[in-house]
Ligand binder design. Structure first.
Ligand SMILES: [Zn+2]
Length: 260
Protein backbone atom coordinates (compact mmCIF):
# COMPACT_ATOMS: atom_id res chain seq x y z
CA UNK A 1 0.00 0.00 0.00
CA UNK A 2 3.06 2.24 -0.10
CA UNK A 3 2.45 4.34 -3.18
CA UNK A 4 1.14 7.81 -3.97
CA UNK A 5 -2.37 8.64 -5.17
CA UNK A 6 -1.28 9.69 -8.65
CA UNK A 7 2.20 8.15 -8.86
CA UNK A 8 1.00 4.56 -8.55
CA UNK A 9 1.00 2.13 -11.48
CA UNK A 10 -1.94 2.65 -13.84
CA UNK A 11 -3.42 5.81 -12.24
CA UNK A 12 -4.06 7.68 -15.50
CA UNK A 13 -5.59 4.64 -17.18
CA UNK A 14 -7.89 4.25 -14.15
CA UNK A 15 -8.86 7.91 -14.36
CA UNK A 16 -9.80 7.44 -18.01
CA UNK A 17 -11.98 4.47 -16.97
CA UNK A 18 -13.80 6.70 -14.43
CA UNK A 19 -14.61 9.30 -17.10
CA UNK A 20 -15.50 6.66 -19.68
CA UNK A 21 -17.81 4.76 -17.32
CA UNK A 22 -19.46 7.58 -15.44
CA UNK A 23 -20.36 9.64 -18.47
CA UNK A 24 -20.67 7.26 -21.38
CA UNK A 25 -21.57 3.93 -19.82
CA UNK A 26 -23.45 4.81 -16.61
CA UNK A 27 -25.32 7.88 -17.77
CA UNK A 28 -26.21 6.89 -21.32
CA UNK A 29 -25.49 3.20 -21.94
CA UNK A 30 -26.79 1.85 -18.63
CA UNK A 31 -30.10 3.68 -19.01
CA UNK A 32 -30.54 2.59 -22.63
CA UNK A 33 -29.69 -1.05 -21.98
CA UNK A 34 -31.84 -1.28 -18.83
CA UNK A 35 -34.81 0.15 -20.75
CA UNK A 36 -34.17 -2.44 -23.47
CA UNK A 37 -34.12 -5.25 -20.90
CA UNK A 38 -37.40 -3.92 -19.46
CA UNK A 39 -39.02 -3.79 -22.91
CA UNK A 40 -38.00 -7.29 -23.95
CA UNK A 41 -38.85 -8.82 -20.58
CA UNK A 42 -42.36 -7.34 -20.70
CA UNK A 43 -42.74 -8.59 -24.29
CA UNK A 44 -41.62 -12.05 -23.17
CA UNK A 45 -44.13 -12.06 -20.32
CA UNK A 46 -46.78 -10.96 -22.84
CA UNK A 47 -46.07 -14.06 -24.97
CA UNK A 48 -47.11 -16.16 -21.97
CA UNK A 49 -50.14 -13.95 -21.37
CA UNK A 50 -48.67 -12.35 -18.23
CA UNK A 51 -49.52 -8.67 -18.00
CA UNK A 52 -49.31 -8.21 -14.23
CA UNK A 53 -45.69 -8.26 -13.16
CA UNK A 54 -45.83 -6.18 -9.97
CA UNK A 55 -45.55 -8.56 -7.03
CA UNK A 56 -45.29 -5.92 -4.30
CA UNK A 57 -46.07 -2.28 -4.97
CA UNK A 58 -43.35 -0.55 -2.99
CA UNK A 59 -44.67 2.90 -3.91
CA UNK A 60 -47.34 2.33 -1.22
CA UNK A 61 -45.02 1.52 1.70
CA UNK A 62 -43.16 3.80 4.09
CA UNK A 63 -39.78 5.23 3.16
CA UNK A 64 -38.02 3.23 5.89
CA UNK A 65 -39.32 -0.12 4.57
CA UNK A 66 -38.56 0.97 1.00
CA UNK A 67 -35.01 1.88 1.96
CA UNK A 68 -34.34 -1.38 3.83
CA UNK A 69 -35.78 -3.63 1.11
CA UNK A 70 -34.10 -1.78 -1.74
CA UNK A 71 -30.75 -1.56 0.02
CA UNK A 72 -30.61 -5.24 1.02
CA UNK A 73 -31.99 -6.51 -2.31
CA UNK A 74 -29.49 -4.56 -4.40
CA UNK A 75 -26.65 -5.53 -2.07
CA UNK A 76 -27.56 -9.23 -2.32
CA UNK A 77 -27.90 -9.11 -6.13
CA UNK A 78 -24.55 -7.37 -6.49
CA UNK A 79 -22.90 -9.87 -4.15
CA UNK A 80 -24.33 -12.87 -6.00
CA UNK A 81 -23.48 -11.40 -9.42
CA UNK A 82 -19.92 -10.63 -8.32
CA UNK A 83 -19.58 -14.23 -7.08
CA UNK A 84 -20.80 -15.60 -10.45
CA UNK A 85 -18.23 -13.49 -12.30
CA UNK A 86 -15.57 -15.55 -10.50
CA UNK A 87 -17.23 -18.94 -10.91
CA UNK A 88 -18.41 -18.88 -14.54
CA UNK A 89 -15.55 -19.04 -17.01
CA UNK A 90 -17.21 -16.85 -19.66
CA UNK A 91 -17.97 -14.11 -17.11
CA UNK A 92 -14.48 -14.35 -15.60
CA UNK A 93 -12.91 -13.59 -19.00
CA UNK A 94 -14.61 -10.16 -18.85
CA UNK A 95 -14.31 -9.49 -15.13
CA UNK A 96 -10.63 -10.34 -14.72
CA UNK A 97 -9.35 -7.07 -16.15
CA UNK A 98 -10.53 -5.57 -12.82
CA UNK A 99 -8.58 -7.82 -10.40
CA UNK A 100 -5.63 -8.08 -12.80
CA UNK A 101 -4.22 -4.75 -11.58
CA UNK A 102 -1.37 -4.63 -9.07
CA UNK A 103 -1.88 -1.24 -7.42
CA UNK A 104 -5.24 0.19 -6.36
CA UNK A 105 -6.47 3.70 -5.57
CA UNK A 106 -9.81 5.59 -5.60
CA UNK A 107 -9.74 6.04 -9.40
CA UNK A 108 -9.49 2.27 -9.88
CA UNK A 109 -13.14 1.76 -8.99
CA UNK A 110 -14.37 1.92 -12.60
CA UNK A 111 -11.63 -0.27 -14.08
CA UNK A 112 -14.09 -2.78 -15.60
CA UNK A 113 -14.99 -4.09 -19.02
CA UNK A 114 -17.98 -2.20 -20.46
CA UNK A 115 -19.73 -5.51 -21.24
CA UNK A 116 -20.08 -6.13 -17.52
CA UNK A 117 -22.04 -2.90 -17.06
CA UNK A 118 -24.16 -3.26 -20.15
CA UNK A 119 -25.10 -6.94 -19.91
CA UNK A 120 -25.20 -8.03 -16.28
CA UNK A 121 -26.09 -4.78 -14.48
CA UNK A 122 -29.25 -4.03 -16.54
CA UNK A 123 -30.59 -7.48 -15.55
CA UNK A 124 -30.49 -6.37 -11.91
CA UNK A 125 -33.45 -4.13 -12.73
CA UNK A 126 -35.88 -7.05 -13.19
CA UNK A 127 -36.49 -7.76 -9.46
CA UNK A 128 -36.99 -3.98 -8.99
CA UNK A 129 -39.53 -3.98 -11.80
CA UNK A 130 -41.65 -6.44 -9.78
CA UNK A 131 -41.55 -3.92 -6.90
CA UNK A 132 -42.94 -1.18 -9.19
CA UNK A 133 -39.76 0.88 -9.59
CA UNK A 134 -39.14 2.56 -12.94
CA UNK A 135 -35.81 2.31 -14.80
CA UNK A 136 -34.88 5.87 -13.74
CA UNK A 137 -35.69 5.10 -10.09
CA UNK A 138 -33.61 1.92 -10.31
CA UNK A 139 -30.60 3.76 -11.72
CA UNK A 140 -30.94 6.46 -9.05
CA UNK A 141 -31.04 3.73 -6.37
CA UNK A 142 -28.05 1.98 -7.95
CA UNK A 143 -25.99 5.15 -7.94
CA UNK A 144 -27.03 6.32 -4.46
CA UNK A 145 -26.46 2.96 -2.79
CA UNK A 146 -23.20 1.99 -4.39
CA UNK A 147 -21.45 5.07 -5.69
CA UNK A 148 -19.56 6.26 -2.60
CA UNK A 149 -18.79 2.78 -1.37
CA UNK A 150 -17.22 1.54 -4.59
CA UNK A 151 -14.83 4.50 -4.67
CA UNK A 152 -14.12 4.11 -0.95
CA UNK A 153 -13.35 0.36 -1.15
CA UNK A 154 -10.52 0.92 -3.65
CA UNK A 155 -8.87 3.78 -1.75
CA UNK A 156 -5.32 3.30 -0.59
CA UNK A 157 -6.10 3.90 3.10
CA UNK A 158 -6.70 1.98 6.31
CA UNK A 159 -9.86 2.61 8.30
CA UNK A 160 -9.13 3.60 11.93
CA UNK A 161 -12.28 1.85 13.21
CA UNK A 162 -11.57 -1.91 12.97
CA UNK A 163 -15.22 -2.87 13.66
CA UNK A 164 -16.18 -1.26 10.36
CA UNK A 165 -14.33 -4.02 8.44
CA UNK A 166 -16.84 -6.56 9.79
CA UNK A 167 -19.93 -4.57 8.84
CA UNK A 168 -19.26 -2.67 5.63
CA UNK A 169 -16.92 -2.97 2.67
CA UNK A 170 -13.60 -1.24 3.42
CA UNK A 171 -10.30 -0.91 1.55
CA UNK A 172 -8.75 -3.47 3.93
CA UNK A 173 -11.30 -6.21 3.20
CA UNK A 174 -11.51 -5.34 -0.49
CA UNK A 175 -7.73 -5.47 -0.86
CA UNK A 176 -7.92 -9.07 0.37
CA UNK A 177 -10.55 -9.65 -2.31
CA UNK A 178 -7.92 -8.53 -4.82
CA UNK A 179 -5.17 -10.72 -3.28
CA UNK A 180 -3.12 -12.60 -5.86
CA UNK A 181 -2.56 -15.60 -3.59
CA UNK A 182 -5.81 -16.84 -2.17
CA UNK A 183 -5.65 -16.62 1.63
CA UNK A 184 -5.43 -19.87 3.62
CA UNK A 185 -5.45 -22.04 0.52
CA UNK A 186 -8.91 -20.93 -0.61
CA UNK A 187 -9.67 -21.82 -4.22
CA UNK A 188 -11.50 -18.61 -5.07
CA UNK A 189 -11.46 -15.02 -3.94
CA UNK A 190 -12.90 -13.81 -0.62
CA UNK A 191 -14.92 -10.73 0.43
CA UNK A 192 -17.36 -10.29 -2.45
CA UNK A 193 -19.33 -7.52 -0.70
CA UNK A 194 -20.32 -4.39 -2.54
CA UNK A 195 -21.71 -2.46 0.46
CA UNK A 196 -22.39 -4.58 3.55
CA UNK A 197 -20.46 -7.71 4.54
CA UNK A 198 -23.62 -9.58 5.65
CA UNK A 199 -23.59 -11.97 2.69
CA UNK A 200 -19.87 -12.73 3.01
CA UNK A 201 -20.41 -13.72 6.65
CA UNK A 202 -23.51 -15.77 5.81
CA UNK A 203 -21.83 -17.72 2.98
CA UNK A 204 -18.45 -18.14 4.69
CA UNK A 205 -16.63 -15.86 2.25
CA UNK A 206 -15.49 -13.20 4.69
CA UNK A 207 -11.75 -13.01 5.33
CA UNK A 208 -9.61 -10.63 7.33
CA UNK A 209 -6.46 -11.70 9.17
CA UNK A 210 -6.64 -11.08 12.93
CA UNK A 211 -3.11 -9.84 13.24
CA UNK A 212 -2.19 -6.71 11.32
CA UNK A 213 -0.53 -8.57 8.45
CA UNK A 214 1.07 -6.81 5.54
CA UNK A 215 -1.27 -6.03 2.66
CA UNK A 216 -1.37 -8.86 0.15
CA UNK A 217 0.23 -8.78 -3.30
CA UNK A 218 -2.53 -7.85 -5.72
CA UNK A 219 -3.38 -9.33 -9.10
CA UNK A 220 -4.33 -12.62 -10.77
CA UNK A 221 -2.40 -15.69 -11.92
CA UNK A 222 -2.35 -14.86 -15.63
CA UNK A 223 -2.02 -11.10 -15.29
CA UNK A 224 1.03 -10.99 -17.55
CA UNK A 225 -1.37 -11.80 -20.42
CA UNK A 226 -3.62 -8.78 -19.72
CA UNK A 227 -2.72 -5.79 -21.95
CA UNK A 228 -1.85 -2.45 -20.36
CA UNK A 229 -3.88 -0.24 -22.70
CA UNK A 230 -7.61 0.57 -22.65
CA UNK A 231 -8.24 -0.77 -26.16
CA UNK A 232 -6.14 -3.87 -25.43
CA UNK A 233 -8.16 -4.59 -22.29
CA UNK A 234 -11.46 -4.09 -24.11
CA UNK A 235 -10.46 -6.57 -26.83
CA UNK A 236 -8.78 -9.12 -24.53
CA UNK A 237 -11.88 -11.13 -23.39
CA UNK A 238 -13.12 -11.47 -27.00
CA UNK A 239 -9.64 -12.62 -28.08
CA UNK A 240 -9.61 -15.24 -25.33
CA UNK A 241 -13.08 -16.41 -26.34
CA UNK A 242 -12.02 -16.66 -29.97
CA UNK A 243 -8.85 -18.58 -29.02
CA UNK A 244 -10.87 -21.03 -26.88
CA UNK A 245 -13.26 -21.68 -29.78
CA UNK A 246 -10.32 -22.13 -32.16
CA UNK A 247 -8.72 -24.68 -29.82
CA UNK A 248 -12.02 -26.57 -29.50
CA UNK A 249 -12.34 -26.91 -33.27
CA UNK A 250 -8.66 -27.43 -34.10
CA UNK A 251 -7.86 -30.63 -36.12
CA UNK A 252 -6.03 -32.02 -33.07
CA UNK A 253 -8.99 -31.71 -30.72
CA UNK A 254 -11.30 -33.18 -33.41
CA UNK A 255 -8.93 -36.17 -33.71
CA UNK A 256 -8.99 -36.62 -29.95
CA UNK A 257 -12.79 -36.65 -29.99
CA UNK A 258 -12.85 -39.24 -32.80
CA UNK A 259 -10.53 -41.53 -30.80
CA UNK A 260 -12.99 -41.48 -27.90
ZN1 LIG B 1 -12.31 -4.12 -6.76
Amino acid sequence: MNYGVTSRKGFYLDLFYVIFFDYLILLIGFYAFTSTVEYFFKELLGVFGITKYILWDMQDVSFLIQFLVVFLLLDLLQFFGHFLFYRIDLLWKFHKIHPAQEELGFAFTRHFHWAEYLTFKPLLYLPFMTLNFSVSEFIAIYLWVGYGFTFFSHCNVRVPWKWMNYLLITPETHYWHHAKNRPEGRRYAVNFASTTTIWDHLFGLFYLPQEDTLSPDLGIDDQKNIPHTFIGQMIHPFKELFDTQKKKHSPQSVKKLKKK
